[in-house]
Design a protein around this ligand. Sequence first.
Ligand SMILES: [Zn+2]
Length: 210
Amino acid sequence: MVPVIAACERWERETRGWRPFDTSDRARVISGNSMNGRVLVLNASYEPINVCNERRAIVMIFKGVARVEEHNGHVLHAAKMSIHAPSVIRLTEYIHIPFKNRSLSRKNILLRDHSTCQYCGKQLPPSELTLDHVHPRSRGGESTWDNLVACCKRCNHRKGSRTPEEAKMHLVRRPRGFSHHVNRQIMRYLGRADETWRKYLYYESDDAAN
Ligand SMILES: [Zn+2]
């Protein structure tokens, strides 16, 4: 934690007097790197709340709204300095998150379903998956978290505008509405290769429920 904070302070010193001088300018200077690595965002209470990219995380650190909890081992190079890339950051102030507003998107549904067709169980690249309305849209099925599932094109074609029962196709898992639990599942999936995320995403209560 210390190296990044020290680097940020040095960065502030070195660039003092620059105008205009907002966080986006500061972030742009470090843009020699892609800075697209994923960073887990914790609330001040250590509750995992989101995932962002390194660029966004560094802007949040510069703004003072977040602090680094873990590094991913990479070093980001700027003109005059290098900083250790964060892998987990924590907000300095607690914010209340209205989870029910979490955006319903193709990307989020595919993440919830782990890029796995919910009928045949095949895990596929996102480009080979589509979204299926479990209760068909043509018959009043809504586009909601609990009526949409990841589906391969073959199964989607086979099912057509029938219900799973009519098509005799069984869901691997009933689609779940959005909740704190689903949100954490999505973050676990995104961070499955990142050891530094584990201690923040796995709790006994969750593991017992799985
Ligand atoms: Zn399928």
